[in-house]
Ligand binder design. Structure first.
Ligand SMILES: Cc1cc2nc3c(=O)[nH]c(=O)nc-3n(C[C@H](O)[C@H](O)[C@H](O)COP(=O)(O)OP(=O)(O)OC[C@H]3O[C@@H](n4cnc5c(N)ncnc54)[C@H](O)[C@@H]3O)c2cc1C
Length: 468
């Protein structure tokens, strides 16, 4: 059981270590990345979590060593298990530290330290498409959710509003407040749920099946608002992602697929958790029905805004961010790159990352990303702690660039931050250009309905990506 509950600092293992790794540009543009750690402190005081983290749980940065190299190593290690073995074993969650049946690649893919293209390419190098079908489909779920949300951006902003209203409700309602505190502290008395809370807080990760059971118990057994559950995940997951998280929680609650909910069943949990939980006890504790929390018409679909184009020869400052730390791969040919900034956080108007564990992972990953982009573009890269219009405009002026070019960000706080940046740059003589990866440009428009029509387009998408 953890000592800290909602409103208290979450376990922040490895945080200080990550802060010690990087030189962070704060209000002014600083120097180049230095091999010797010259540290601008941007963290609160050191928080020790060793006393709170059970020894059975790996620390987040041990479970997910930051940076692309670690992601590529994990991918190479997993590829031989991505065929039939994955298809037959992926639903099992044998417990913390025992998840060889899944890839645990999500933080790397989510921040594009490793791309979906690379994952699929390596898997298809080992197995026929039919053998690796299940794994490939899972990877494409992320692409699908992003495309779906891209055409309904209001769903993200509605979630944020609902979360804020729910937070006010919690303040005003003692019973709700106690239930919410108990759930976030893992004090519900439902053994599996309390264990998942502990695992999530300690490691920043939960297996997909555990995420589904967790969300279902949160909504239908504990009768807590879904948006607060989605917020709890965002604050603790290392792979915290606006599209995958919000839309998965909506799906469990019966809002995403109108009228269809996900019910966590005691027998299913007992079956897939290696005998750790007693089905009879769970059966007495879990809700025995899961009616949709509301009946809501599907949100209206909007056209996807076209990406920007940049003329060859344009002198540019390149901005990378946490939604695409390999985003230099999306830059148009012939760009005259005069400088590179890698932003660790979001814009002040849309704070991000959501939680300390994700921040620690992104911070350390951004440092190695900065080195890699610097080498790839033959231009030293600078780390900035946020997407800051003053810092970026000044840097652009210093290097005589009239254009900041950045990889596109899907709907979420980085996208909100880039929109705020574009507004702030108005009149400065510096323009923001957002360029989109072919993977996203080809796939997103197909996410019009459910995953199954989208799935039918996968062979066509792979043809376009040269993956067949
Ligand atoms: C309620 C809920 C909340 C979730 N929140 C997030 C989130 O914030 N961030 C996040 O990245 N994923 C989220 N997921 C999706 C999924 O649970 C994780 O991506 C997956 O568990 C990551 O573990 P893995 O890399 O071992 O997955 P594997 O089983 O090895 O799958 C391989 C890859 O496929 C993708 N993938 C697999 N399942 C899904 C899925 N259901 N949706 C989207 N992509 C998928 C991921 O990129 C994953 O790394 C959520 C799912 C649920 C049910």
């Amino acid at each position: 059981m953890l000592a800290n509950g909602p409103g208290h600092p979450s376990p922040a293992s490895g945080l200080q270590q990550a802060f010690d790794l990087v030189q962070v540009v704060k209000s002014t543009v600083g120097g180049r990345i230095s091999a010797a750690p010259s540290v601008t402190r941007c963290s609160p005081a050191r928080r020790s979590v060793s006393a709170m983290t059970p020894e059975s749980h790996p620390q987040p940065l041990d479970l997910f060593p930051p940076g692309r190299e670690a992601g590529l190593e994990r991918l190479a290690d997993f590829v031989p298990r991505s065929g039939r073995k994955y298809a037959s074993q992926r639903n099992a969650d044998p417990g913390p530290g025992r998840k060889d049946n899944v890839s645990q690649l999500s933080p790397y893919i989510r921040h594009r330290l490793v791309t979906e293209h690379e994952v699929v390419e390596q898997v298809l190098g080992e197995f026929a498409p039919s053998t690796a079908e299940k794994y490939i489909q899972e990877v494409l779920w992320r692409t699908y959710w992003k495309g779906w949300l891209q055409m309904r951006p209001q769903v993200w902003h509605d979630f944020l509003d609902e979360r804020d209203r729910n937070r006010e409700d919690v303040q005003a309602n003692g019973g709700l407040s106690t239930a919410w505190n108990d759930a976030e502290a893992g004090r519900t008395g439902i053994a599996c749920f309390d264990d998942w809370v502990e695992e999530l807080r300690a490691t920043g990760y939960l297996h997909n099946h555990a995420r589904m059971w967790f969300a279902s118990i949160w909504i239908f057994t504990l009768k807590l608002p879904w948006a607060l559950g989605a917020d709890f995940f965002l604050r603790h997951l290392v792979d915290a992602d606006p599209a995958s998280n919000t839309l998965s929680w909506r799906w469990v609650a019966g809002i995403q697929t109108r009228g269809k909910t996900y019910q966590a069943r005691a027998s299913n949990i007992a079956k897939y958790t290696d005998g750790r939980y007693d089905a009879d006890t769970l059966g007495r504790q879990l809700a025995n029905d899961a009616p949709p929390i509301r009946d809501e018409p599907p949100p209206e679909r909007q056209p996807i805004a076209p990406a920007d184009t940049v003329e060859s020869g344009t002198r540019a400052l390149v901005l990378l961010h946490g939604d695409d730390l390999r985003g230099f791969e999306a830059l148009p040919h012939g760009l005259d790159v005069a400088g590179v900034v890698v932003a660790i956080g979001g814009h002040e108007s849309a704070p991000w990352p959501f939680g300390d564990k994700a921040r620690a992972f992104i911070m350390a990953s951004a440092e190695s990303a900065a080195e890699q982009v610097g080498e790839a573009l033959d231009t030293p890269a600078i780390l900035a702690d946020a997407i800051d219009a003053d810092v970026l405009a000044e840097r652009a002026r210093v290097i005589d660039a009239a254009c900041i070019v950045t990889p596109d960000a899907p709907v979420g706080p980085i996208d909100d931050g880039l929109q705020a940046l574009a507004r702030a740059l108005t009149g400065s003589g510096v323009h923001l250009k957002r360029v989109r990866r072919a993977w996203d440009a080809n796939a997103w428009p197909h996410a019009t309905k459910g995953f199954f029509p989208f799935k039918k387009k996968i062979p066509e998408l792979f043809d376009q990506a040269g993956l067949t």
